[in-house]
Design a protein around this ligand. Structure first.
Ligand SMILES: O=C(O)c1ccc[n+]([C@@H]2O[C@H](COP(=O)([O-])O)[C@@H](O)[C@H]2O)c1
Ligand SMILES: Cc1cc2nc[nH]c2cc1C
Length: 337
């Protein structure tokens, strides 16, 4: 559904009436799963994943042929507060690296046959420092949501949203602290690797953001005040995928914080999404628990750029290949008890 949003409220409206999974396809997939040549439950979580995917694809024997990986990049005014182990210019340098095929995500996309696109969002115009005022204006938030919305290929059958943005674990932590209970210290982690003094400084910055903005509006308003362009673009893409009934794999802490802003507006907004992995960022396990998402992988990654979710494409490919390709007991002439 191509759509030009005239306002953030128009985007908010879309979140109130989202399509649901196809129950018939899901029930059909569950029935098929029960007839496949394996002991019941022997493929463990792969079985649940295939049935879930069947529901969103609307086919009890689904296919996964066209995974899309979208990487959004943004810069952050809050970097003025010294919140990262790396300088802000690395965001743009990494965008060039993505474009030249030299990043981890390029290799993972090649490995799993995913189409990858990189969307830098006004890198020369960082968001405002949220300790001084809202990170974005309404117009800036809207532009980033629309970029994410437009980036989704409606012919894709799986979407991974990833990000690149030096400093962005700080807005992600501030968003979590504002959307859920728990103070700045519970939600703030080391990101790219700040030392103890850096972590204390970051926690102070998150606490200031909370003091200035928490409780001043819904999930999307928090995204405007405390988030960033790449987080908003991921939220826009995840929402678009839902409207197109394209299943989503969420990546690490920043991606999940962006997704949480949608769930804050509509508790069912992430029903079409699974957590690709749990990252090593300190608060990611707690965030996943609050989102009600059990991660598919736990490999100690803390890279971002969609990498953990891209790896989980392989898990989905395996789950769907088994579900749709295996013979039933009757077809194979195997005794079922
Ligand atoms: O995905 C994660 O959980 C994750 C955890 C820590 C860091 N990152 C990546 O590192 C950058 C943010 O870290 P920082 O320390 O600059 O806030 C950003 O480009 C993210 O993609 C990503
Ligand atoms: C080099 C580098 C690559 C990244 N990819 C995603 N976040 C990143 C942060 C850094 C610092």
């Amino acid at each position: 559904m191509g759509h030009i949003f005239q306002s953030v409220d128009a985007f908010r409206d879309i979140l109130t009436s989202l399509p649901e999974t196809d129950e018939t396809a899901q029930t059909g997939a569950a029935a098929r799963n029960g007839q496949l040549t394996k002991p019941p439950g022997a493929l463990g979580r792969l079985e649940d994943v295939a049935i879930w995917f069947a529901g969103w694809q609307g086919d009890s024997k689904p296919r996964l042929r066209f995974p899309q990986v979208l990487i959004f990049a943004g810069n952050h005014g809050v970097m003025e507060q010294g919140v990262s182990a790396f300088p802000a210019e690395v965001t743009e340098q990494m965008v060039l690296n993505f474009q030249h095929g030299g990043a981890a995500i390029n290799q993972l996309c090649k490995t799993f046959g995913a189409q990858m696109a990189v969307h830098p969002l006004s890198l020369d115009r960082p968001t405002a420092d949220f300790t001084k005022g809202p990170a974005m204006s309404e117009e800036e938030l809207l532009e980033a949501l629309q970029t994410g919305w437009d980036a989704v290929n409606k012919n894709a059958d799986l979407l991974v949203t990833g990000e690149m943005g030096i400093g962005n674990t700080t807005p992600a932590s501030a968003l979590c602290a504002a959307l859920f209970s728990g103070g700045a210290d519970e939600w703030t982690g080391r990101g790219t690797g700040v030392d103890d003094a850096g972590l204390a400084n970051k926690t102070r910055v998150v606490a200031e953001g909370l003091a200035n903005h928490a409780g001043q509006g819904d999930g999307l308003e928090m995204l405007r005040r405390l988030g960033g362009r790449e987080l908003a673009a991921m939220a826009g893409a995840i929402a678009r995928a839902r409207v197109e009934r394209i299943p989503v794999l969420l990546d690490g802490f920043i991606c999940c914080a962006a997704a949480a802003t949608l769930q804050a507006v509509n508790p069912k907004a992430l029903d079409h999404a699974l957590a690709g992995h749990v990252s090593a960022e300190g608060a990611h396990p707690k965030l996943l628990e609050l989102l009600g998402k059990e991660p598919l992988l736990s490999l100690g990654l803390r890279l971002g750029e969609g990498s953990g979710a891209a790896l989980a494409i392989g898990v989905l490919q395996g789950a769907i290949a088994c579900h749709s390709g295996m013979a039933t007991f009757a077809e194979a002439g195997v005794s079922d008890s």
